[in-house]
Design a protein around this ligand. Structure first.
Ligand code: B12
Ligand code: SF4
Ligand code: SF4
Length: 211
């Protein structure tokens, strides 16, 4: 079994998927891990970190399980949280060849669409063999580009992301649609639609984002 396959199999036991990998200039292999859908949310919410009532359950769970994976594979763990400064997960995702800058700037991933997110990464010292990656972003064959017109506040589109306008909309009663089900732009992507993320998970992230 290839080493990357072994990492993927071990990660799958924690409902994590290898969402991309690449060879950094500094050596080794960087393996990006994110929710394996469907099924991630019921798994996470059954974990001790979710039930102990302490803050940041998702980040603490990520630190525990990805830290353990790192130890098992002789790797170093990296996390998207804990900054600033932040590790450049956006740039790493682009380097993996499995995610691209979408027409609205957010990352779009080959299988998670605009719903892509990362729980952490493993920096493996060896240069692992990597499988082929898609030749083009899903946007290349997405004629309708529904992401571009999906934000009712006009906060996220071709002109970038107006974070203040997004928060202002989320404060209004009409903003409940995003607060409870997730960003309408991210949900509009046809690839997101087949990823299988539950609304409850999106609602949790929106609550963290819009406190
Ligand atoms: C700070 C931050 C934000 C800030 C600013 C975003 C920004 N302009 O980059 C705010 C608070 C606004 C934000 C919001 C959200 N974020 Co954010 N954010 C981050 C964070 C923690 C750090 C980014 C950073 O500064 N990195 C350091 C720099 C040096 O490296 P870099 O990331 O490679 O830099 C590139 C990007 O910044 C990119 N870039 C430039 N302009 C923009 C604009 C946007 C909108 C994006 C996404 C990227 C981007 O260009 C840089 C060079 O290539 C990252 C995690 C991480 N560690 O990277 C998540 C991250 C980018 N965010 C993510 C997510 C999921 C969100 C939310 C959707 C959260 C949610 N609700 O679920 C929201 C958006 C709200 C919504 N409409 O739903 C995901 C990516 C999702 C995606 N599809 O692109 C990341 C990777 C976190 C993760 N765990 O997966 N975020
Ligand atoms: S909706 Fe279409 S154009 Fe927009 S990110 Fe998804 S695939 Fe790309
Ligand atoms: S969360 Fe709602 S208001 Fe904010 S960018 Fe997404 S669609 Fe627009």
């Amino acid at each position: 079994m290839s080493r990357l396959r072994a990492i993927a199999d071990a990660a799958a036991r924690d409902r994590l998927a290898v969402l991309g990998a690449f060879h950094p200039e500094t050596g080794g292999t960087l393996v990006l891990l994110g929710p394996a859908e469907p099924g991630f949310w019921p798994h996470l919410t059954a974990q001790p970190e979710w039930r102990d009532g302490a803050p940041h359950p998702m980040d603490r769970w990520s630190a525990r399980v990805i830290g353990a994976l790192a130890a098992d594979f002789g790797a170093e763990a990296r996390f998207p949280f804990g900054g600033p400064p932040y590790h450049p997960f956006y740039t790493w995702a682009l380097a993996s060849g499995r995610a691209w800058a979408s027409p609205v700037a957010l990352l779009v991933h080959d299988s998670a669409g605009l719903m892509v997110s990362f729980r952490g990464a493993l920096l493996v010292p060896e240069r692992l063999d990597l499988p082929p990656v898609p030749t083009a972003a899903p946007c290349a064959t997405c004629a309708a580009r529904p992401c571009l017109g999906a934000c009712p506040a006009g906060a996220l589109g071709a002109d970038g992301y107006d974070v203040a306008a997004c928060h202002a909309f989320l404060d209004r009663p009409e903003g409940a649609v995003c607060r409870t089900g997730g960003c309408l732009v991210r949900r509009a992507c046809p690839v997101s639609a087949i990823y299988g993320r539950l609304e409850a998970q999106s609602a949790y992230h929106m609550e963290q984002f819009h406190r």
